[in-house]
Design a protein around this ligand. Structure first.
Ligand SMILES: *Cc1c(COP(=O)(O)O)cnc(C)c1O
Length: 370
């Protein structure tokens, strides 16, 4: 290690995941919002486009700007709501926008027009209109305005990650009932709905394009084992043993003395903490891999460091690498495991890695220049 902490991202894994997803949906929109779920939006977007994705999606105006500044010319869907000021920038960058109201179309026209997807809220209860008649009027207005181009008709599922939830089929039915007549009226209309979970878990929900994020990065949309679904985790998080500390009975480690040794042991201090995105809620509730063995975190995670209990006579030396997410020998700590420990989802674990952690890109071990 030549830095305190490092996230290594295997772009070859992103490419293989993308190829796996395009077998399920030949037309794929790679979702690279939130800096590619923490993996780096630009390199992951390039990897996805090189391995079959035909477009990208983001949720913030700055995310559009970042992709365009990197020279990426592929279609970008800006999925989120935008302020009027953001809209001008987003349209100037030739991103496609998502509409669910008449005033929004007025804004788009005031900016000179653009490519527009119309969104039905079939049950997510977030963006989109629940009013099918309004959605129809929006589609007609977009299709009939010379300054506007009808880029697609879409919805988003709320429960695709829970195959036992019947609400998914209700949403599917509502959306299908809306798009079926639209398809007749607008031949060639691009209809899209599936996220990663729907694409991998609901074979009966198939439209013209899937919008996949989490699976692209080799994270399991169901919070289970990504490998069993043919996905490869692309991100590893590593730090190193910066110092070793013998700890006698009664001695403590960290803020609040939440760890007090009951037997003589040795602690390793790693220079990574919640300032890097290792959530403080994991204090005393996670394992780190050192020399191929699981070692428990003990004490309170600090902003800049954390402590690991090595036990007596571990043989671990200063300078050894420590794996917080990833594999070491036959052991593996997945983002899913970490998420489960603190009752959240793998998405939040990788998104939460902060800018302080440099990202290193490689293809199956061959480090790439950045
Ligand atoms: C984030 C997002 C996606 C991608 O979802 P994953 O579960 O990461 O595949 C698709 N569509 C919309 C509207 C989103 O906000």
């Amino acid at each position: 290690m030549n830095v305190r902490a490092l996230a290594r991202v295997n772009l070859a894994a992103v490419e293989r995941n993308c190829a796996r997803l395009t077998r399920a949906s030949p037309r794929l929109c790679a979702v690279v919002k939130a800096d590619g779920y923490g993996h780096g939006a630009v390199p992951c977007a390039r990897a996805a486009l090189a391995s079959g994705a035909s477009s990208l999606a983001v949720a913030a105006a700055d995310e559009v700007a970042e992709l365009r500044a990197a020279g990426i010319a592929a279609p970008i869907i800006m999925m989120g709501p935008v302020t009027p000021a953001e809209l001008e920038r987003v349209l100037a960058a030739e991103a496609e926008v998502v509409a669910w109201s008449e005033p929004f179309l007025d804004w788009v026209l005031a900016c000179g027009g653009g490519r527009v997807h119309v969104k039905l809220d079939s049950g997510m209860g977030r963006l989109g209109t629940r009013d099918g008649a309004l959605a129809d009027r929006l589609v007609a207005r977009v299709a009939n305005s010379p300054e506007l181009e009808l880029a697609g008709a879409m919805t988003h599922f709320a429960t695709a990650d829970d195959p036992s939830d019947g609400f998914f089929d209700q949403q599917l039915e509502r959306f299908s009932a809306w798009v079926t007549p639209l398809r007749e009226r607008y031949p060639g209309l691009l209809v899209h709905a599936e996220n990663s979970a729907a694409l991998l878990g609901a074979q009966h929900a198939r439209f013209d394009m899937a919008r996949c994020g989490v699976a692209l990065y080799g994270l399991d949309p169901f919070g289970q084992d990504a490998g069993e679904r043919g996905l490869e985790p692309a991100l590893e998080l590593r730090s190193w043993v910066a110092t070793l500390k013998p700890c006698a009975v009664g001695e403590s480690a960290g803020y609040g003395r939440r760890f007090i040794a009951t037997e003589p042991t040795e602690l390793a201090v790693l220079p990574i903490g919640y300032g890097d995105g290792v959530r403080r809620a994991l204090s005393g509730n996670a394992d780190v891999l050192i020399d191929g063995a699981r070692r428990p975190l003990v004490g309170t995670i600090s902003m800049d460091s954390l402590t690991v209990d090595l036990g007596p006579d571990s043989g671990v030396r200063v300078g050894r690498e420590a794996v917080l997410i990833g594999a070491d020998g036959s052991e593996r700590v997945s983002a899913e495991e970490i998420a489960r420990r603190i009752d959240t989802i793998n998405y939040e674990i990788t998104c939460g890695l902060t800018r302080r952690v440099p990202r290193e890109y490689h293809r199956d071990g061959l480090v790439l220049a950045t």
